[in-house]
Design a protein around this ligand. Structure first.
Ligand code: PLZ
Length: 434
């Protein structure tokens, strides 16, 4: 097997520079809470491929289902010759997503594609155009979803012009806006009413816990108030649960923590144990507003991806991975809080379930948006973690958030080893961080 160094040399001559990788090591295998690189080094996985392998890599049921499906048929195109697996995934989505009402789903390949389609469906169903999104939002990298995504570097820089009729309003961000959920919602709603007009809004689109934008958990009451306003305005409330879905936050979907029943939900990532699959699920009358043939794509709901999704969902149910996510939080949060008590540059520990974050600040410094962010310290901690064999991601508009996204099947021992490496990264850098 070629070494990482050799693969890196080949890559620089063959792979576009715009596609970057967090670590210079190349993967040879992965499973449970670990990954092994081609140089034989083992890593603790706190990334899960960005919240994808919730059931773990090479999960036994997923492996068996994929093998079986690929031997029977790999592709026919659901728009040409349909198959049961697609229907069964849509049935599962109707049963698992919040809301006890008639639902329909349509399947796609990527998160961005699901979000694009949710926007198409909401516009078609309402006959309106305006889409309301939030500060720090992340919804994808295709042209429409780039307009929905907030952060310029690295996502949007140089890639405009972006799609129109997208309006951004302030997000509830307790560390930085100091507002209650009700106040933050009233403020955002005031902005929508003044700058967009309630009658023009097709949809309000929000991540119930923001992902790439910094694992921002809105203050309690923010989401319910927005959902209620949206319904009253005759618009569609869309929850982007692409990162938060499928047991990640300790429930099947993060909307459940505040009793939200979104009109539409977008899912991807964790749905299929690593195979590319995404969905839009929602109220039958909204989904079915679109004419036959109006939604689709060559690969959307590919049978292998659907078989993997059914096996992943079965695994989540059987192993109760929502409870596993809550257990991860119960183990990790006290240790992260103890770390924050030791290191004043940790401004906040937050998150839900196995979606946990540390926001790094410069102690004692603050500006109009609250505590001064510390992206350098964040990068230094991540680098130290990587050097010690911990796959650890950062995020945030200011690049100052360390996020934990372990596979939900991570063992207590692996979790302990990963947290120890994170603690050591802080302890070793402690002096230079302040
Ligand atoms: N909506 C909430 O988190 C993907 C993107 C990583 P795709 N997040 C990881 C990167 O740098 O590209 C995401 C998300 C939310 C939509 C998406 C988009 O999902 O499957 O990456 O298209």
């Amino acid at each position: 097997m070629p070494s990482s160094a050799e693969l890196h040399r080949r890559r620089s001559e063959a792979v576009a520079r715009g596609v970057s990788s967090m670590i210079p090591s190349y993967v040879s295998s992965a499973g449970g809470g670990t990954m092994t690189d081609v140089d034989g080094r083992e890593w603790i996985d706190f990334a899960a491929g960005i919240a994808v392998t919730n059931v773990g890599n090479a999960a036994p049921r997923v492996v068996a289902a994929v093998r079986d499906q690929v031997e029977r048929f790999a592709h026919t195109c659901f728009m040409i010759a349909p198959y049961e697996q697609y229907v069964a995934v849509c049935e599962e989505l109707a049963a698992l997503t919040p809301g006890d009402f008639a639902k329909r789903s349509a399947l796609f390949n990527s998160g961005a594609e699901a979000v694009e389609n949710a926007v198409k469906i909401a516009r078609h169903a309402t006959g309106r155009q305006a889409i309301v999104v939030f500060d720090h939002a992340y919804h994808g990298r295709t042209n429409l979803t780039l307009a929905l995504t907030a952060k310029v570097m690295p996502y949007k820089q140089g890639f405009g012009p972006f799609a129109g009729e997208i309006y951004r309003v302030p997000m509830s961000y307790p560390l930085r806006d100091g507002r209650s959920g009700a106040d933050a919602a009233a403020y955002a709603i005031g902005q929508i009413e003044k700058h967009v007009g309630a009658a023009n809004v097709a949809a309000v689109l929000i991540e119930p816990v923001q992902g790439e934008g910094g694992f921002v958990v809105p203050a309690p009451g923010f989401l319910p108030a927005l959902a209620a306003w949206t319904r009253q305005a005759g618009a569609v409330f869309i929850a982007d649960e692409i990162q938060t879905g499928f047991c990640r936050t300790g429930a099947w979907f993060a909307s459940e923590h505040e009793g939200i029943e979104p009109d539409l939900i977008t899912t991807a990532k964790g749905i299929a144990g690593g195979l590319p699959l995404a969905a839009v699920t929602g109220r039958a009358e909204i989904m079915d507003a679109v004419h036959p043939g109006g939604l689709g794509g060559t690969y959307g709901g590919n049978p292998i991806a659907c078989a993997a999704a059914l096996a992943s969902i079965e695994t989540m149910r059987e192993l109760d991975l929502a409870a596993a996510a809550r257990h991860i939080e119960a183990v990790a949060r006290p240790r992260l809080e103890a770390l924050a008590a030791k290191h004043p540059q940790i401004g906040e520990v937050r998150g839900r379930g196995a979606m946990l974050a540390l926001e790094l600040i410069v102690p004692g410094e603050s500006g109009p948006n609250g505590p001064a962010p510390d992206p350098q310290g964040t990068a230094a901690v991540a680098k130290a973690a990587h050097e010690s064999g911990l796959l650890l991601l950062t995020c945030g508009t200011y690049g100052n958030v360390i996020r934990l996204l372990p596979p939900l099947v991570i063992t207590d021992d692996e979790l302990d080893r990963g947290l120890t490496l994170l603690e050591q990264a802080f302890d070793n850098l402690g002096a230079s961080l302040v």
